[in-house]
Design a protein around this ligand. Structure first.
Ligand code: IPE
Ligand code: MG
Length: 232
């Protein structure tokens, strides 16, 4: 979700207003996912590198997390949305950690949409924590080094129980992944748009999904093989 600050700046508004507008885009996008039957949505809300921002912006974003959670969780729960957070949550205030834990517990039984919020998340951190867990198993003698496979490592990654992402959307004009789900994006279709996140609406989401619908996903096979498999 990129472009909140620029959206505000082009309107001569403080960046904070852009972040607040960005929350509206989150709400719209979650509703679109429910309407369209999307199974899982992961939002990159705050990266492990975003702490480098000016401290007043960081604390504004943290307040926005707290207030948004307080305000939105019951509606998400009513809409049968399961909320989960990925990332190193120990860096957050006790209050925010408590809200995160409670929102996960409250919505744990919901099945309409898996809504994953990546907060203080980094793809490299995710791979590292997975490697660390395997290393612990090796040193405890329950896993042999030669039993480590991509599948085994993948099982230790965040939200390994969810399907791998089909579509990645980055708003705001940059063409990079910026340490998002590095491992999980191996075969994901990457969609980049210049639209700034607060302006990302149902229409823009539709465009991304239409683009995705026209991709041929080969997973290393040839186009002919895929056509044949589809016909079979
Ligand atoms: C994304 O918008 C929101 C967060 C990373 C929290 P930005 O704040 O990166 O907006 P720009 O890139 O400055 O426009
Ligand atoms: Mg940005």
């Amino acid at each position: 979700m990129d472009g909140n600050g620029r959206w505000a700046r082009t309107r001569m508004l403080p960046r904070a207003i852009g972040h607040r507008e960005g929350v509206k885009s989150v709400r719209r996008t979650v509703e679109s996912c429910i309407d369209r039957g999307v199974e899982a949505l992961t939002l990159f809300a705050f990266s492990s590198e975003n702490w480098r921002r000016p401290s007043d912006e960081v604390s504004m974003i943290m307040d926005l997390f707290v207030n948004t959670l307080k305000k939105e969780v019951s509606a998400l729960d009513r809409n049968n949305v399961r909320l989960r957070f990925i990332g190193e949550r120990s860096a957050f205030s006790d209050n925010l950690q408590k809200l995160i834990d409670e929102s996960e517990a409250q919505t744990a039984g919901n099945r309409q949409l898996e809504l994953v919020i990546a907060a203080n998340y980094g793809g490299q951190w995710d791979i590292t924590q997975a490697a660390c867990r395997l290393a612990e198993q090796v040193s405890a003698g329950v896993l042999k080094p030669d039993e480590i496979t991509p599948e085994r490592l993948g099982q230790e990654m965040c939200v390994a129980d969810l399907p791998l992402p089909d579509l990645f959307i980055r708003t705001g004009g940059e063409r990079r992944i910026s340490n998002f789900l590095l491992w999980q994006l191996a075969y994901t279709e990457l969609y980049f748009t210049d639209i700034l996140w607060p302006a990302f609406d149902e229409d823009e989401f539709g465009k991304a999904l239409d683009w995705y619908a026209n991709r041929q996903r080969r997973f290393g096979r040839t186009g002919e093989q895929v056509e044949r498999l589809r016909g079979a």
